[in-house]
Ligand binder design. Sequence first.
Ligand code: AMP
Ligand code: MG
Length: 649
Amino acid sequence: MTEPMAPSTKSSVEQDQFLTILSREEALARFEAALFPRHLAAEELDLAAALGLVTATDIVAAVDVPPFDRSNVDGFAVRSADIATAGEAVSVRLTLNDEVIACGTAPHLPVTRGTATPIATGGPVPRGADAVVMVEHTHPAGDSAIEIRRAASPGQFVSYAGSDIARGEILLRAGTLIGSREIGMLAASGVARVSVVRKPRVAIISTGDELVQPGQPLRPAAIFDTNGAIVTAAVSENGGEASFLGAFPDDAVKLEAVMRQALATSDMLILSGGTSKGEGDVSHRIVSKLGEPGIIAHGVALKPGKPLCLAVCDGKPVVILPGFPTSAMFTFHDMIVPVLRRLAGLPPRNDARVMAKVPVRIASELGRTEFVMVSLVEGDAGLIAYPTGKGSGAITSFAQADGFLKIEALAEQMPAGTDAEVTLFTPHVRVPDLVIVGSHCTGLDLVTAPLARAGLSVRSISVGSLGGLSAARRGECDLAPIHLLDEKTDTYNVPFLVDGLELVPGYRRMQGIVFRAGDIRFEGLGAEDAVRAALNDPSCLMVNRNQGAGTRILIDRLLGEARPDGYWNQPRSHNAVAAAVAQNRADWGMTIAPVARAAGLGFIPFADEHYDFALVTARKQRPAVRAFLDALHSAEVRNALEQAGFRPA
Ligand code: AMP
Ligand code: MG
């Protein structure tokens, strides 16, 4: 039986909030001090199964390699003294012994003075011989003799026994990572079984009432369990034997049972979610009763990742990662990977790093080590690192970023123009062929599809229209997709161009009112009438857009002075508007036709928006830019755009 949780009153919960937050260095040091030294038992495996593991002991060679003096060429085994006088002018004639030493054949006859024995590459050099002459340097002289016209030094073309590996030599030191080369050395020495550090068995548990496994239907208000998959993969990548146990609701009794069982059969336990100190967050309370010394750090000055909880329970590491997937990943890589690799006997990970200029100022919280994901593009004067973070919940920033930079705890910001060190997620920088920075649109993927097929890599960074224009001005991208309405002239995009940029017409996107199909308040009306109808119905709830969005300008035109219910709900994307209406959290809003269509919503067209490309003229002749322009104008792309509800220019 487990003890019931102490009921937490409001004030006790508040007192519980991260009273002691450790610096990342202090937390890691305490965690490692509580854990190490710790050695996992060695196990003996077949050579093939040892790939990627680490040797547990020194491995000593039991035989010489090669095991005998071996010929390196096809030719004749000779006594070098016999042919010391041979030269272009004077040939020496040797009588052939009556055997041929093929590979794998032991010689029977000695090479006596004045004789030679035919030998193949890899054949054992016979008694009496001390060199091998290549067949190319000899001439047949009847059936049983050869003529030689160059001298040979003793040892020529002979590999002596043990010259590669000597018996008694240490083949591999304990702690060596076994790759294909190491496996080759061991095989050459006849080693079939090898003693390796057992992979740490790591149990992984996701926690949260809202979690659904990928492949299962998504209930309302539920989300797919991301951490389970990503932590499991990252554990395997870092030398652990991962075992994912599933996602469990925030139920203290059930969770404790699963955690105890997992810990009993594993070397390490990793949970995610429920690490904040709120009432629903139960895992850390369970961890504190799983063994000694218990929680080492709960609250680390990291961003993202503050609620990280590190514990050691009876010698085994127990970790609760924050719930947000990006927070979970950063804390995992920064704080858990070093410990996991040390348990697995692996050397610290050697991430590739590059220097890159940060084009924009990045604000940072004083007192927390902050990780900022970046996309790398090639600027005129070297690499440029664009921050790509979409907020702590965004998993796509991880997949789209090339790496991250670190802002030290004591810095309040990283000024624009800083040369920063970027830790790469991949071994090498992948500089894209085409860089698009600006406003994002789902239609863009249709335009770049032919480029991807042609093997051109495209990096698309969404920073909004104005951000894209600045990047284009600074020469940091090839194209900036923009949709900016100049209210004075009532024209799109052209008035915003500056020297060095030219406009490539893209396509139109119909903006209009979305509502749930069948809502009789809107069916059959024009946009102005629909909004009038909505304003006349006090129970009708709208969803707005953020200030600065092109769509917002259109909404404001329709609303005039009216501020209906829902006006302050101002999401930042077309899709968020459609989701709010589809899920009945609002009754109407404005979005683009393709998004409305994809969400299965009713749509009333209102205004055509011009989505065009500001092209950096200096980059016009680049092959990838030309390929982009060709694609944009191709019948294939125009058709695809039309199919999706866009209207190509
Ligand atoms: P928590 O730490 O449990 O308060 O979770 C913080 C946020 O991360 C919430 O929005 C959770 O829904 C989300 N979250 C927690 N666990 C997961 C998971 N395994 N996969 C995806 N999101 C998660
Ligand atoms: Mg939770």
